[in-house]
Design a protein around this ligand. Sequence first.
Ligand code: SIN
Ligand code: MN
Length: 216
Amino acid sequence: MIHEDAMLPFETTLGPGATWLRGYLSLDQQRAIAEKAREIIDGPVGGYVPTVRGGGRMHVRMTSLGRHWNPLTYKYMATRADYDDAPVQPVPEEWVALASAIAAEAGFTATPDIALLNWYGPDGRMGLHQDKDEGAESIAAGHPVVSISIGDTARFLFGGLTRRDPVEALLLESGDAFVFGGPARLRFHGVSRIIPGTAPAALGLSGRFNLTFRVY
Ligand code: SIN
Ligand code: MN
């Protein structure tokens, strides 16, 4: 089912532990995040297109903050050993505060220490996967993943705890937040496509930033 109806409430539950906060961020907040994200992804430890185990290339430009997610080992580390060995940069403090506030809005107490920053061009996508490379204690505690979307709308897929479970498609728009923790922490998810030209004009963006905050 596709949720395209603008009459949906601001806060929508997609099962226990999964909350979609539509239009959570003001345009000014979105602009500030976009500027910072652009600075980071174009900076000295900027975005790159990861090659994953098995040799496939991802369809996003990515950079990790706080800890580096190594796409070859699926482990977090202090440097980008799979790419340029650059030391990972910290998560900006204002982003930690924002992600904590969003987690609280969804009923979780969490202070994220990792952020993965992804840039999706017009052909950007991400296959169905689980976020399960954080520390075992964090996952067992159900500390949430807090996701923020900025720019073009994404068709986000949200499934269940196994790959074969039915998948819902949600249109995540610029300024939306999506939180999955507790019993939803390991639900499969992905992005099937980006809808070009849908970013708010005021952002001057053609493409999509997604930030996912996690507790290691
Ligand atoms: C991710 O699962 O890491 C990214 C999800 C998204 O881009 O919305
Ligand atoms: Mn993910």
